[in-house]
Design a protein around this ligand. Structure first.
Ligand code: URA
Length: 241
């Protein structure tokens, strides 16, 4: 089969197609021992030998996994940093190289999707596909429905308007408020910045759904494969035929 080099990297589980472009342009990728810097270079999957450093790339089985990330774990696949643990140690038993499609802060918990399917990962993250990421959050203080209404129309942050897909108060906890909020974009610390700018700092944050995929009762620190039904529903939400 003849395919583009960047796509070949992505089916080998190296990274998303966009990151693959960067690796290629940076001269990190060799085809038959020769550095190739064109993402659109045509590779013959039966004959060509594609490598990064000493690693020879081979197409991988597609894997779609969800993990219940505990608080105080980094969403990174590197080793522990500054004494901080990473999710890497929780997914050691997955033989394929899967990557998180979206991040959760060190002190946030809940649903992380991991896959080696670069196209699915791109679409989960891209605002164009409008896939809601749903969070349960505890904010400091008693947030009233008037304030909530203002927030629902969107809050101006330093990098642009943050407008939730929906937001609702679920209850009170001592002097604080429990809410559900959904965004279909993944700007850094978006939920925290959204509530902070309204004057209600986030105390706890948990992602409970990504589109049709729900965290459910997956134990903390554990992962599982998506069911065929979940995968089909996810792909349908992302506009795959
Ligand atoms: N918004 C945040 O502020 N943090 C996260 O981890 C995810 C969304």
């Amino acid at each position: 089969m003849i395919i583009r080099l960047n796509r070949y990297l992505s089916i080998c589980g190296v990274s998303s197609r966009r990151k693959a472009d960067r690796l290629i342009e940076d001269g990190r990728v060799r085809v038959n021992g020769v550095i190739v810097r064109e993402p659109g270079y045509r590779v013959d999957t039966d004959k060509d030998r594609v490598s990064i450093g000493r690693r020879v790339l081979k197409p991988q089985k597609k894997r779609y996994v969800i993990l219940n990330k505990p608080r105080l774990y980094l969403t990174s696949l590197g080793d522990e940093r500054d004494g901080k643990r990473s999710i890497r140690e929780l997914i050691r038993d997955i033989p394929e190289r899967v990557y998180p499609a979206g991040r959760l802060d060190y002190d946030a918990e809940g649903l992380l999707m991991l896959t080696n399917d670069g196209e699915v990962a791109n679409r989960i993250l891209h605002p164009r596909y409008k896939l809601p990421k749903v969070y349960l959050t505890l904010v400091k203080g008693a947030l009233s429905s008037d304030v909530l209404e203002k927030g629902a129309f969107g809050i101006k942050l330093e990098d642009g308007l943050a407008r939730p897909d929906w937001i609702k108060i679920l209850g009170k906890k001592n002097d604080n408020t429990v809410l559900e909020i959904a965004f279909h974009e993944g700007r850094k610390h978006l939920v925290k910045r959204f509530f902070k700018s309204m004057g209600y700092p986030v105390l706890r944050l948990k992602r409970v759904a990504i589109g049709p995929i729900r965290l459910g009762n997956l134990p903390r620190g554990k992962w599982r494969d998506l069911t065929p039904e979940e995968l089909e529903a996810l792909k349908r939400s992302l506009g795959f035929k």
